[in-house]
Design a protein. Structure first.
Length: 275
């Protein structure tokens, strides 16, 4: 029995190593662009290792301050060939953008004085969060569009993208054009990320079909977003189905969309915790 002990011990150690190696993806995603929202900037390095192991190519990193910690995170991510975009957004900016202007000023100071910098800005400004949205929908959506255009015109050389839901079909007249709002936003952005939160490849595609067709028609790239949090409606999240099922569905989705389209997963903590 003693001569078999080393073999048994090695087998046990190997089994433990396999079991604890939970960050390795079960299925590899076949996308050129795989983004992830990073709302908590106090996470430890295991999360960025998880992102790397799962093929993430870009991170939307939230911060309201730009300091050594920010630069350290960007340095770490870029050492793993992951781009980093500054993630920010408040619905209040639709009414008063003074705070936003101040933050963008701080952003540019950081960009001009740091060795490793952001690749652009990822805005998550959601007009439907406005408390008066139901009563003043058209007015608030027009203000939102005005803010998008103002940002674009003030910073023409900056890579700018917006998160948008898949139901911005309201017809808005702007600059002589009457278009669905999502078309205006796509026109004035380098890229949009759709909150196409559904829990199957077919439902994701059908939910985002209009935006997919329009973006493709004007040679714009978009990201299709999926949810992994535990939310009230199971139809909008992969929380119940788990990681293996989600990755399989996303690879099915890849076959139905243009080659230059990507995906984005909301968000790093809930994704890492998926069963």
């Amino acid at each position: 029995m003693k001569k078999f002990m080393p073999i048994i011990l090695l087998f046990i150690l190997f089994s433990i190593a396999v079991l604890i190696n939970v960050t390795k993806p079960i299925i590899s995603l076949n996308y050129n662009t795989i983004g992830v929202w990073w709302w908590n900037n106090k996470l430890d390095d295991s999360y960025i290792d998880f992102a790397k192991d799962n093929g993430v190519t870009e991170i939307y990193y939230y911060t309201s301050t730009f300091d050594n910690k920010t630069e350290k995170f960007i340095t770490n991510a870029k050492s793993k060939n992951i781009k980093v975009y500054w993630l920010t957004g408040e619905y209040e900016w639709i009414e008063d953008d003074s705070e936003l202007i101040g933050l963008i000023s701080n952003f540019f100071y950081f960009q001009n004085n740091s060795k490793f910098i952001f690749d652009g800005i990822h805005f998550d400004i959601e007009p439907h969060q406005h408390p008066d949205f139901e009563e003043q929908r058209e007015k608030i959506l027009k203000k939102f569009l005005n803010l998008v255009v103002k940002i674009r015109k003030n910073f023409p050389s900056l890579f700018i993208e917006f998160d948008i839901p898949c139901w911005l079909d309201d017809i808005i007249e702007f600059d002589g054009q009457k278009l669905e709002l999502y078309k205006h936003i796509i026109n004035y952005s380098n890229r949009v990320t759709l909150m196409s939160y559904r829990d199957s490849s077919d439902n994701i595609y059908n939910f985002a079909k209009d935006e997919i067709i329009y973006a493709q028609s004007i040679n714009k790239s978009i990201n299709l977003g999926v949810e992994t949090q535990n939310v009230n409606d199971d139809n909008v999240t992969f929380y119940e189905e788990g990681n293996k099922f989600m990755l399989s569905e996303l690879n099915k989705l890849k076959k139905a969309i243009p080659e230059n389209f990507g995906i984005a997963i909301h968000h790093i903590v809930s994704w890492k915790n998926l069963k």
